[in-house]
Design a protein around this ligand. Structure first.
Ligand SMILES: C[S@@+](CC[C@H](N)C(=O)[O-])C[C@H]1O[C@@H](n2cnc3c(N)ncnc32)[C@H](O)[C@@H]1O
Length: 273
């Protein structure tokens, strides 16, 4: 495919429909960069025709995996943006703790959990704070979920974790290789899930949705944030990535508390405005 042929439009609409039917990913909801990303992959395989590329994705599992990985971008790390996790521990956890009693658990959702670093960080942080909790970890990409469930990571991926915490929650299984201990794993339930289609869990106390919506259109983002608001209990929180924000958060029932944390305002208060 020659550079001057970009961005080709012909056949792209049909390609998008077929991809949606095959993977559940609606390329329409992503911004224009996604078209370019599709082309980059096609160029890698020396393919200039959408039909031909679709057939490759359909028939070759590795190519499908590559397509999903590249489109959804799985970059992540333990305790990504450490200052946010400090804020979660010091400011948000004590409030959430006050929301449960009588042996009930807090329900946390890691939406777009990738290979597990985020939900395991959350579980470790909550175990350190002695909270009663469960984490539901959701991602559309089966490949990353498989890795997440294995829970095996390289030393370099644990740089934000001090030695004491590392020893408490990880088992060293090789030179520079660590495995998340079963007591942490048992707190996290991984599920293949399309955030834009599947029904979210209910009565949630905290949703983490960080660095996931980067390719979503403004309208899709707002719909998703509004859906998060609906599943949160009054006083529950939504944590976004450090560069993300909700425009018009008041209108969907949030107040902003800082550090990319949004708190659900009790429904009665929103209605009376
Ligand atoms: C960059 S990673 C972010 C991981 C983690 N939240 C973090 O901040 O480190 C984005 C993840 O969102 C997932 N994702 C993208 N679109 C999704 C969708 N529609 N439903 C569920 N997961 C999605 C991708 O598969 C990817 O694993």
């Amino acid at each position: 495919m020659k550079e001057k042929e970009y961005p080709a439009k012909e056949g792209y609409d049909v390609f998008k429909k077929k991809i949606f039917a095959l993977t559940g990913i609606d390329l329409n909801i992503y911004k224009y960069q996604i078209h370019r990303r599709v082309h980059t992959l096609m160029r890698n395989w020396n393919i200039s025709d959408y039909d031909e590329y679709y057939r490759l994705i359909e028939n070759d599992e590795d190519r499908r995996r590559e397509f999903l990985d590249y489109i959804t971008i799985n970059v992540t790390e333990f305790f990504r943006n450490p200052s946010r996790w400090e804020f979660l521990k010091d400011k948000i956890f004590p409030e959430l703790k006050a929301l449960v009693n009588n042996g009930n658990k807090l329900t946390f959702v890691s939406a777009g959990c990738s290979s597990g670093e985020e939900p395991y960080s959350l579980a470790i942080q909550a175990m350190e704070a002695r909270l009663p909790f469960e984490v539901i970890a959701l991602d559309i990409d089966e490949g990353v979920l498989k890795k997440a469930k294995e829970g095996i990571y390289k030393q370099e991926q644990l740089v934000n974790i001090n030695d004491k915490v590392k020893a408490r929650y990880f088992e060293k299984i090789g030179e520079g290789i660590y495995k998340v201990k079963n007591e942490v794993k048992s707190k996290v339930a991984f599920r293949r899930f399309n955030l834009l289609k599947d029904p979210l869990p209910k009565n949630v106390h905290l949703v983490l949705c960080r660095n996931v919506v980067i390719y979503f259109s403004a309208e899709t983002k707002n719909k998703l944030y509004s859906n998060f608001n609906k599943i949160l209990v009054d006083g529950g929180y939504l944590m976004l990535g450090p560069t993300e924000q909700i425009f018009g958060y008041e209108h969907i029932g949030f107040s902003y508390v800082g550090f990319a944390f949004y708190k659900k305002v009790a429904e009665a208060k929103v209605a009376s405005r």
